[in-house]
Design a protein. Structure first.
Length: 442
């Protein structure tokens, strides 16, 4: 029987249009816009100046503290501006603008490195390499990986969970990476096993990716401590709390982390980036991005330089089709609509989704009919209809007491609501205010 989490969840249409499309290399961007805050925590500190020439892979912004991350130049070129630009959040954020030197040989070389299995670094050196090379969680949270891996001695840990779920509709970046870089990801897993006090690894993959499951079963058949688990197709299975519950039947505390139940969770993209950093001295300057949509001429998966404007990706797939209504950074469930196509790709960008007029139309909002569907599908056991009402009326203390901060913003409630109520929109709004109020109190 396939594993899954017990509480809530939905199964929206998968629309994995690009699951059979091999990852291509994106054309070299003429200009990159590199934000200095591409991670949870303190923004990085700029260490380059306007008119300065930078090399590919050079540190251009240094970590601003422990919970922060270095940022490296994705191209060789010249810094033309230090400016604030609108990023995917819709707000202006500090950014380093670099004009690519198209004649520089390093920009033209995109080497395919041979598989390197022998681990030469010590655990301490591995952790330092991950920190120096700017590795953050590529599953969406962008938590600095060196922080997650800096486990205190009083924390008992026995399992590494590898997240290969990719349950968001449309997105296939992780799926393709698992198929094309299976052996490298397995070496990345071994690097983490060597640097962490864990003796068991479980790779969780949803059952709609049977070829990826088979690839990892084959690649790990001689590894007695690495197990592959097929999961039932159910959203939001890729969320850490739900994944730990599905694989290990352990309940992560509502305000806690997987580490509280002896588990560390890493996304397959992050593990591949760790492999590249440790085995090939490669900082995180590019990632796989799915560019997709039902009416796109050629939806595909791409290796994309961090800082590449979304405009470049849209042009690469044939431009906006007629009748385009919405552009989403991420998947349709948890992604956010963006207005400006000059927004750059960041470390946390897993996909760009182009939605047509007929798909984007929301039904007319009606009164709540108290059907309880939103409660039934909530994977965190919350009452979304209540949290929306409290947020709408400004009752933030009550919203806090009703656990609004435990919402994982999966959007299952909005998806299922027969009255087309913007539940997640109001919950996100209220959650943000409650978070700020709690921070002010503390």
């Amino acid at each position: 029987m396939l594993k899954t989490f017990p509480k809530g969840g939905i199964h929206p249409p998968e629309n994995k249009l690009t699951s059979f499309k091999e990852i291509k290399r994106m054309s070299l961007p003429k200009v990159v816009y590199v934000p200095i805050s591409q991670h949870i925590g303190i923004p990085s500190e700029i260490v380059v100046a306007v008119k300065e020439k930078v090399q590919k892979g050079q540190v251009i912004a240094k970590s601003g503290g422990f919970v922060s991350s270095n940022i490296h130049s994705p191209v060789a070129g010249t810094v033309t501006k230090l400016d604030k630009i609108i990023d995917s959040s819709g707000y202006k954020k500090q950014c380093i603008v670099i004009r690519t030197d198209v004649k520089d040989a390093s920009n033209l070389e995109e080497m395919e490195y041979p598989l390197k299995e022998e681990i030469m670094l010590t655990p301490k050196e591995i952790l330092q390499r991950i920190s120096d090379y700017g590795i953050v969680g590529l599953g969406g949270a962008t938590f600095p990986s060196h922080v997650k891996l800096s486990v205190k001695e009083d924390k008992k840990m026995d399992c590494l969970v590898v997240n290969g779920v990719e349950c968001e509709p449309y997105l296939t970046a992780d799926h393709r990476l698992m198929l094309e870089k299976t052996k490298e990801i397995v070496v990345g897993i071994k690097i983490l096993m060597y640097s962490l006090p864990v003796d068991k690894v479980i790779i969780g993959i949803e059952n709609n990716k049977k070829n990826a499951i088979q690839a990892f079963l084959k690649a790990t058949k001689s590894e007695k401590n690495i197990h592959v688990a097929a999961l039932k197709v159910k959203y939001p299975q890729g969320s850490e709390k739900q994944l730990v519950k599905a694989l290990l039947k352990r309940e992560v505390p509502k305000n806690g982390l997987p580490l509280d139940v002896g588990v560390i969770v890493h996304n397959v993209g992050t593990i591949f980036a760790i492999y590249q950093a440790v085995q090939h001295n490669m900082p995180l300057t590019e990632r796989v991005v799915t560019v997709t949509g039902k009416k796109l001429e050629n939806p595909s998966n791409y290796w994309v330089k961090i800082g590449t404007p979304i405009t470049d990706l849209i042009n690469e797939v044939g431009g906006f089709p007629e009748g385009t209504r919405k552009l989403v950074n991420g998947g349709p469930m948890m992604g956010k609509a963006i207005k400006n196509t000059d927004v750059p790709i960041t470390k946390g960008t897993s996909g760009i989704l182009v939605i047509s007029e007929d798909e984007a139309s929301r039904g007319e909002q009606q009164n709540c009919i108290r059907c309880g569907e939103c409660v039934y599908v909530c994977p965190m056991g919350l009452e979304p209809h209540l949290l929306m009402n409290l947020s709408e009326k400004g009752l933030y203390e009550k919203a806090f007491s009703e656990d609004i901060l435990t919402c994982i913003e999966c959007g299952s409630c909005s998806y299922i609501c027969p009255s087309h109520r913007p539940l997640l929109d109001f919950i996100r709004f209220g959650k943000n205010i409650v978070k700020n109020l709690q921070n002010a109190k503390n």
